[in-house]
Design a protein around this ligand. Structure first.
Ligand code: EPZ
Length: 420
């Protein structure tokens, strides 16, 4: 198993380029099977999750070719040969569930292994299934699988009890080929939803309201191929913003959409970080004044992103003062707390809240990456810790961050990768 060895690094300096968004490219790849035409997707990040999605699409009949030099992939699904997302792929990547809507819309059938839970929570899919039922699908669950069948999807009105990103995406994709109009109320508003809607509309779909809490989809007969550049990854952006703040560095982050990271900007500025957005990118400086504590509450977009919670917590262990973090989106997203405390942090979890006593001298330790963002948070903590931090289970990190180690090294971080 591979590990990262991280040593105390000085303030990070230099430039880093953000890659395409993992959470935008995965639903967009799934949406490409809604047409038999070829789709070209550019600015694709080099991630294991993208590789798994390629395998999944190939297993249902897509022809997938990659041009790594251009960060492009081409997907052409002339014929669906199987309407199934098998367990061995779904267990590796929950986002496999995102082929359910497209398969149902294209063939009238989808059989998906239930994704099961993961380190951060149970992650049920009942809101996805509620949407498909309202669009007319018959849903049968059993033996760890869920199967949806329908002759023809019919538009309907769906209220999401929680603004689930995946459910909004799955239902929106299915509704593009339904008969009639579909309305999704209390929809997720994340930028990745907008990027997916833009891709679908370029394929000939008729979607209005993406990015608000009410999305209207007018069904069409069929969709055609298109070319689309994926938006930059706002969580990778936030990760490097926090890395600059935490190491009291001064970095320029390129290929950023400032609007997508407003909550992270606001909270870092509250802590005393200097952030200026210019034509050549976003400059983040943690070296201008002593940094202080703040409180964080994770919320669906446009609130503070849950995916930034562990990263920001790592940063808060190094600033003066006491901070409170409240995680409202996932029920078990504090797995990194025990690991940070092993590095000398002082964090107490009480239900959904965590209390962080700041200004701790962190010490290097052997720690485990429990999920993608927790792993990144531990690497950043290692940059500030006396001695060497050994981060294991780093496949989590490599699922969702492209060239993470190389990008950090380019900013002066002392990090190496070893095979155990
Ligand atoms: C997406 O997951 C992201 N993944 C997650 O990013 C992100 O943390 C999450 O949205 C929230 O922003 C991708 O886009 C591939 P949800 P998703 O459905 O769609 C509950 C990362 O680090 N829920 O919005 O699975 C669920 O249990 C990953 O890149 C139901 O109860 O998130 C959770 O508590 C981690 N029933 C909450 O909603 C449902 O049917 C948010 O889940 C669906 C969800």
């Amino acid at each position: 198993m591979a590990k990262f060895l991280v040593d105390k690094s000085g303030p990070l300096f230099g430039e880093v380029e953000i890659s395409g968004s993992k959470n935008a490219v995965l639903p967009i790849m799934a949406a490409s099977i809604l047409t038999e035409d070829k789709c070209e997707i550019t600015d694709v990040p080099a991630l294991r999750d993208v590789d798994v999605m390629c395998k999944l699409l190939q297993s249902v009949g897509a022809k997938v070719t990659e041009d790594y030099s251009e960060n492009s992939i081409f997907i052409e699904t002339e014929k669906i040969i199987a309407e199934e997302a098998p367990y061995e792929l779904v267990k590796r990547m929950r986002a496999s569930i995102l082929v359910m809507g497209p398969l149902l819309a294209r063939t009238g059938k989808a059989r998906i292994s239930l994704p099961g839970g993961c380190a951060i929570g149970a992650r049920p899919i009942e809101l996805h299934l509620k949407g498909f039922r309202i669009l007319g699908a018959k849903i049968v669950e059993g033996h760890g699988y869920v199967e949806a069948t329908v002759d023809k999807l019919m538009g309907g009105k769906i209220y999401l009890d929680f603004p689930s990103v995946g459910a909004t995406e799955n239902i929106m994709m299915a509704a593009t080929l339904a008969e009639g109009v579909t309305i999704i109320e209390n929809a997720a508003e994340e930028p990745e939803i907008v990027d997916l809607a833009n891709f679908l509309n370029k394929m000939g779909a008729k979607i209005k309201g993406a990015g608000t809490d009410t999305i209207k989809i007018e069904g069409v007969q069929d969709l055609h191929g298109t070319k689309h550049a994926v938006i930059p990854d706002r969580i990778e952006t936030g990760t490097f913003m926090v890395a600059a703040a935490m190491t009291r560095g001064n970095i320029l982050i390129k290929n950023v959409v400032p609007d997508h990271v407003k909550p992270v900007i606001a909270k870092l500025v509250e802590c005393g970080v200097e952030i200026e957005d210019g034509d050549d990118g976003m400059r983040v400086r943690g070296d201008l004044r002593p940094l202080i504590a703040t409180d964080i509450k994770t919320m669906p977009y446009p609130g503070f992103p849950t995916d930034m919670q562990s990263l920001f917590m790592s940063f808060l262990t190094t600033v003066e003062g006491t901070s409170v973090v409240i995680e409202t989106v996932f029920e078990n997203r504090y797995m990194h707390v025990g690991e940070l405390n092993r590095m000398g942090a002082n964090i107490k979890v009480e239900g959904k809240s965590a209390l962080i006593q700041g200004k701790r001298e962190l010490q290097g330790a052997q720690v485990i990456s429990t999920d993608l963002r927790a792993g990144a948070a531990l690497v950043l903590a290692g940059l500030m810790a006396e001695g060497t931090t050994e981060v294991s289970e780093i496949y989590h990190i490599e699922r969702g961050y492209s060239f993470f180690m190389e990008k950090l090294r380019g900013l002066g971080a002392k990090i190496t990768r070893i095979e155990d």
